[in-house]
Design a protein around this ligand. Sequence first.
Ligand code: NCD
Ligand code: ZN
Length: 345
Amino acid sequence: MTETITIRRPDDWHLHLRDGAMMEAVLPYTARQFARAIVMPNLAPPVTTAAAAAAYRERILAALPEGMDFTPLMTAYLTDDTDPDDLAAGFEQGIWVAAKLYPAGATTNSASGVTDIRNIDRVVERMEKIGMPFLAHGEVTHDEVDIFDREARFIEEVAIPLLKRHEGLKFVFEHITTRDAAQFVEAGDARIAATVTPQHLQINRNAIFKGGINPHAYCLPVAKREEHRLAVRKAATGGSGKFFLGTDSAPHARSAKESACGCAGIFNAPFALEAYAEVFEEEGVLGRLEAFASLDGPRLYGMAPNEATVTLEKVETRVPGTIDGGTEPVVPYRAGGTMGWRLKA
Ligand code: NCD
Ligand code: ZN
């Protein structure tokens, strides 16, 4: 008999859906697995106002195929000029549920991001007051800091002082990649949590260079040394309740990845849940997959877990080499390989 596991329907607490034709093409992959997703605001131009977020949400819902049940949870893109009143009004009206810090220059479409965390003191103060989660792309961006050290330096330079100044702020350290971040979150109080991607559980930085440059293994924060992967894996599968599912699925057209200036981002949405199931199985804690995927995220966000369930079967599944990305193909995570699990239709 095929081994199966049934869990409450999961949510994706960190997702890039893009816009237009690409959004229409990639959205069904997320919606078939996840009931809700935190939709990242780094469009060009970024989603900085509640009105823009409401319009983006409408475009997502309009693109959702008939019969699919999926709720986009919108986020605000913080800038040096974010207006605390607009941010709070959008939160109170239920237009967006969190705000995202992109340190200026940290990643794709982050040029309008925050240039100095102290510039948004009043905004953060308001978020703390109204209980609006603060989502951090946790990397410093100074040229003199090595790219592999940027997450650890963010903890010292930004996160610790910020959380001291705002002792009630709900803080999600997005897509953690280091032992430093895992330990920091683990040691923090209940308002501090982290999302973890499939790739940071499965690949180390060798993947980017194996047999030549592999642009499809390049994302930000960049994959780190093996010891960091193991530490993140231990944290994510350890059952503390502070680490939960956030794919950071970030599709880019194949030509934009396979280029002299390849974009950062891994498109893992098509088989995300399967990839996480592999990790929990390998660690011998498949029983903890449900908390990671479906319970711990809603708790931090103050939402109820989903009532519906999904079932995964232990069946080998082929990952296609490319996927239709609307106007151009997109190469998915683990393209051409196989997954050990399959989501039952
Ligand atoms: C993301 C993207 O392409 O929007 N890229 C990535 O490598 N993860 C941005 C981000 O989350 O850093
Ligand atoms: Zn992201």
